[in-house]
Design a protein around this ligand. Sequence first.
Ligand SMILES: Nc1ncnc2c1ncn2[C@@H]1O[C@H](COP(=O)(O)OP(=O)(O)O)[C@@H](O)[C@H]1O
Ligand SMILES: [Mg+2]
Length: 228
Amino acid sequence: MADIICVIGNKGGTGKTTLSHMLCQGMGLLGQRSVCVLTDTHREPLDPADRRYLIADARSREALTKVVDKIRSLKAWLGVIDGGGNRTEMDRRLYGIADLVLLPFRDSHEDIRTVIRDLEMFPRAYAVPTQWPTNAWQREAAEKAVAELLGPYRDRILDPVFSLSASKLLLQRSFPGSLPTPLTNASRAVAHQVIDLLQLPIERDAPLPALGGRAANASMAPAAAMAA
Ligand SMILES: Nc1ncnc2c1ncn2[C@@H]1O[C@H](COP(=O)(O)OP(=O)(O)O)[C@@H](O)[C@H]1O
Ligand SMILES: [Mg+2]
């Protein structure tokens, strides 16, 4: 049965959508099939062409039920559900169906306060530092804030996803032909963390699947009818 990963959290703009797409892209690069599921009613679905994963539109309650059932029925697939901020009820529902829950947060006291609330509310969830500073001085300050404020949750904080301006390419409606190497590497690194947490049977450093362009999606035909 497929695993479902939910990327949620009360605060908007923390990087839920970016992290969801990076994770799916990284999984695709590692040969793992996945579907990125849109639930945010304020957003439009992206074009799946040329991505290494599928896109499903689950912006209504009924569509979400259908999409989750469909993903669950697919053997060895992953569903990555991109939540929307400020929807505690929806986050609770997604938490209930998820095998793994990720809570992105940025380097700010406000984000950290919110993620503490979410870590308390969702005891199986992991926090993911996102848009993390790369500048040494800023990074040190960010790590200090995390150590001071998130000390008790130390074991539930994953490795950071660094600030990468190229990450916005993943959220373009049409996928650009190719992605810069730093973004590809960051996507793979996120996927590896999730693979380890879910103990998925994927060979580390497996060769890239021979999927070029649209063929990547064509080979995912079983889920092509995913759009609900
Ligand atoms: N790792 C990152 N590096 C740089 N910018 C990022 C990163 N993750 C997200 N962003 C930017 O932050 C903003 C909010 O990200 P988004 O994924 O839309 O958050 P959410 O879905 O939680 O509202 C967007 O402009 C996005 O491009
Ligand atoms: Mg979003």
